[in-house]
Design a protein around this ligand. Structure first.
Ligand code: F0G
Length: 460
């Protein structure tokens, strides 16, 4: 059969509140043109993030009922730990309330001022947590990973030559760890090849530098390897994931993505002395070592989710449905990061709106228009998120790319929802030359995109 169907039936539904363009115009102005400030019932199709927004299965809901809420030594923790170890193979598993809590503990125990942490591309919370320790977060993705239209099967790969040059130049003692983000979210949801993971690992081991995976979307990455890399077509997604983790010394994970859970995360490592320090920090801010800021029922949902996410019917459907959205808007002439990533489609807002310069945030202009036109909530991944403002001069350094991300929640929307999204984007494409830029009227020094306020340029 050519049609790949959703490999599930729907047992519970959530109504969507319909809105019209004029109503949305007022809502958008009240939100100061920042879609993080919207109420979600004012959104028709919410593609803000694939994080924590997935639908759980009946087996996960059964796990929720089984959850044991004992403060210490809960059997739910034992099931969670077994599930994590079964895939990652790491010695120690530290539960956290979400990915960034794992990041904070990891970087707090490894980094100091003056250090550099290389990654293919740091996600925004990862970068912020590295910088919070005084260290520098450096992105070393291959050059193709910075070119939206260039086709490459593994655009998330690390530039091994650049990584080696960095280690030679800085010295090993200034590089407390090397990270690889699978898939590379900020670079377009692009996968990293097994060959590249192995090469980073070999280099890290030869220089005695710990190597960690930011594993939020490890299952999608594993399935891309199965589909695209020689020698992996006959292996199961689980075997491929296990091999990916086998090259690393630890990982951080947001279970809100490929854990198929609404909340949760973990930190894994093999080094007992380091883990001891990390557990002390965990107890200080997250909770005891067998729950780490989560309820027992959350641990159960993650344990089941980690198994379900590796089902190949699911992964096949998942990557096919993302590709469906990408191919349909690309064939209407909308420039997207090619090829489509695993969890999201990224529109190249700069290529689509060349008349809006980076300083006027073309991505944010497009995000606002998609909401006005169709009630779709997307997110800017460009100069609002990654641009830098000099606190003294007010001068803006733009981001490398001006992207808009359409992230697909797992198992939530059907194909007709996606057909609607395609139609809205095609309509916006018809009148794209009328879109105007925005100015920031309020911002914070860190992670400004969450709370920034904007004004339309024709109104300032
Ligand atoms: N690393 C990556 C690659 C991520 O995509 C995220 C979250 C995190 C770490 C942090 O995990 O949210 O559980 O604390 N990404 C979400 C997103 C928020 O929308 O892409 P968290």
């Amino acid at each position: 059969m050519r049609t790949i169907i959703e490999p599930f039936r729907i047992k519970t539904v959530e109504p969507i509140r319909m809105t019209g363009r004029e109503e949305r115009r007022a809502i958008l102005a009240r939100a100061d043109y920042n879609l993080f400030a919207l109420q979600s019932d004012d959104v028709l199709i919410d593609l803000l993030t694939d994080s924590g927004t997935g639908a759980m299965s009946s087996n996960q809901w059964s796990g929720i009922m089984r959850g044991d809420e004992s403060y210490a030594g809960s059997p739910s923790f034992a099931r969670f730990e077994t599930a994590v170890k079964g895939i990652t193979g790491f010695e120690y598993v530290i539960p956290t309330h979400q990915g960034r809590a794992a990041e904070r503990i990891l970087f707090a125990t490894l980094c100091k001022s003056g250090d550099t942490v290389p990654n293919n591309t740091h996600f925004d919370t990862t970068r912020a947590n590295v910088e919070f320790t005084g260290a520098r977060a450096l992105d070393l993705v291959i050059p193709e990973g910075r070119q939206p239209q260039t086709q490459h099967p593994f655009k998330g790969n690390m530039d091994i030559g650049a990584l080696e040059a960095l280690i030679d130049q800085q010295g090993r003692e200034k590089i407390p760890l090397i990270m690889l983000t699978v898939t590379n979210n900020s670079g377009g949801g692009q996968p990293v090849s097994m060959e590249n993971i192995r090469a980073v690992s070999q280099l890290a081991r030869s220089r005695d530098i710990p190597f960690y995976l930011d594993a939020c979307r490890f299952a999608e990455n594993a399935y891309f390897i199965k589909l695209r890399e020689d020698g992996y077509g006959h292996k199961s997604a689980r075997e491929i994931a296990q091999e990916m983790f086998s090259y690393a010394d630890g990982c951080t994970m947001s279970a809100k993505k490929d854990g198929l859970a609404n909340i949760g995360g973990f930190l894994c490592a093999n080094d007992p002395a380091l883990v001891q320090q990390q557990k002390e920090l965990l107890i200080l801010t997250e909770g005891f070592t067998t729950y780490g800021g989560l309820a027992g029922r959350d641990l159960e949902a993650i344990a089941v989710g980690l198994d379900e996410v590796l089902h190949e019917d699911y992964l096949n459907y998942r990557l096919a449905s993302t590709r469906y959205l990408g191919e349909h808007i690309a064939s209407a002439g909308v420039p997207i990061v090619q090829p489509p990533g695993g969890h999201a489609i990224y529109i190249d807002a700069q290529a689509m709106l060349p008349h809006i310069p980076p300083a006027q945030f073309p991505g944010q202009a497009l995000v606002c228009e998609l909401y006005l036109a169709g009630g779709i909530r997307s997110v800017e991944i460009g100069s609002v998120m990654f641009g830098r403002r000099d606190p003294d001069t007010g001068e803006e350094t733009p981001a490398d790319m001006e992207l808009v991300r359409l992230a697909l929640p797992r198992r939530v929307y059907t194909q007709s929802h996606i057909d609607y999204v395609v139609e809205v984007i095609q309509d916006v494409q018809q009148h794209k030359d009328d879109l105007q830029g925005l100015a920031i009227t309020y911002q914070t020094p860190y992670l400004r995109h969450f709370t920034a306020k904007f004004a339309q340029l024709d109104s300032v």
